[in-house]
Design a protein around this ligand. Sequence first.
Ligand code: ZN
Length: 315
Amino acid sequence: MGAARRVPVLRGVLAALALVGSGLVQSADYSGPLFDAHLHYNDEACVHAPAPSAACPHPLPDVLQRMRESGVRGVLANSRPNDGTRALAAAREQAAAAGVTVVPFVRLYRNRADYNNWFRDPSIVELVRSELERGTAAGPYRGLGEFHLYDSANARGPVAQQLMALAEEKDLVVLAHVDEAAIDLLMQATPSRGQRLQLIWAHTGIGGTSPAEVEALLQRYPGLMGELSYRPGLTCEGGQLCPAWRDLMLRHPDRFLAGSDTWVNARWQSYGRLMQDYRVWLGGLPPDVARRIAWGNAARLFNLPDPAALPSAPR
Ligand SMILES: [Zn+2]
């Protein structure tokens, strides 16, 4: 190739570099499998309705279709009451057809009143024990939660302390919607003082815990992972990660998970968009980091099958 021809090529390269430098180059969205690490299938979604209706918007075929269309290949299911999770786990053929693996968790809530009361109600420990014994059609329960602690001091109560010790003893993963102080208290409640417990921190500090404080906790507790729904300050321009969060994920790629938090039906209605929002910022990360946060970290935690090896592989 002569020198005259090389000049336009060089100009093209320089122009592309300038675009990268200015941040104007759009990265492609992440297109691999997703694991939804924070899914509720609560009673108002109408778990057992035969077909969707205004009163019963999200029976089983509806939610499985939403997962399939979003490329969600596995879910951490926890529901109020636990019937929703058992129903998802029992729908083995339908879930397999949608390409979805169900990882069941025992929720501590029978009803709304339990949200504010579970930590002072010893019958919740019995509920958990009997539910664990019962198991699900998709196999044993793999964890406890989601539970809330609006006042972190309640992590010191006997119910929370017993459940944390039980989780560590039985290798159950915990899903907790709490503040940073309660992470310390819950971790310290285990026999290993938090060195063995696997705890998924729902929302990773919904009150705005700083990335530096999140990192300090990740360093203190090797089994702590952050789930990112509703996390304030996570994304910036163009739906990409804000710089501090991007840096944190690059330093700790094995410690984060994506979740929907379908706590009300409106979240089911926007399920596709929620998952697409994840795909946008995951696409801005190096591909191996994106794959770990989207799927690999959950696959390691729950020993999930490789989605490419499952019969239905929409993504
Ligand atoms: Zn939730």
